[in-house]
Write a protein that binds this ligand. Sequence first.
Ligand SMILES: CSC[C@@H](O)[C@@H](O)C(=O)COP(=O)(O)O
Ligand SMILES: [Zn+2]
Length: 208
Amino acid sequence: MAAGIVPLPVAEKLVAAGQRMDRRGWVPATSGNLSARLSGDRMAITRSGVHKGFLETQDIIEVDFAGRSLTPGMKPSAETLLHCQIYALWPDIGSVLHGHSIPATALTMALPEASAIHLQGYEILKAWSNVVSTHDISVALPIIDNDQDMPRLAAQLQPWLEQGRAPIGYVLRGHGIYVWGSDVNAALYRLEALEFLLATEIERRKLV
Ligand SMILES: CSC[C@@H](O)[C@@H](O)C(=O)COP(=O)(O)O
Ligand SMILES: [Zn+2]
């Protein structure tokens, strides 16, 4: 495969994931970004500024792990470095997904002092079968303050990630969710589980 050209099956998987995220209302306007690991320290990622519900395979471009575009003339997602960070840390991760849902945005804005949301007692936590085998557990979902400076934001996230303190993903305050998985579908299922958890947590807090 020539440098800069993403294998079609990988691009098609990311296009389909973008369509699903759009159908669920998780990527309003041009928000969100999606990526998949390629061989040799490279990845496929959405180019910057496209609507994720209307992605075409040409909108999926190739970048290296420093976030540099290998597809001539195409600008990668503004948040590429956050994807690079996950791939560089864990060789078994094959896809990273990011969306801007209402639950992720509303809950993190409603908790301006919180550095994590503690999710406890939920069966669906078992979607992270690598770290959770029972509902009888409390899992921390870090909330990191949003920042437009990606190297600085990545540096802030690094200790959380390295120390295993973001076992199911993280949320950027007022911004959105980052999740990852072994491949695009695995990451998508986890995004769905996390969206369910945050929506449920909002409902639960209304009832107590
Ligand atoms: C529509 S504003 C959203 C962006 O600022 C950003 O947070 C985002 O998720 C999409 O950026 P992009 O560069 O298209 O990958
Ligand atoms: Zn974003």
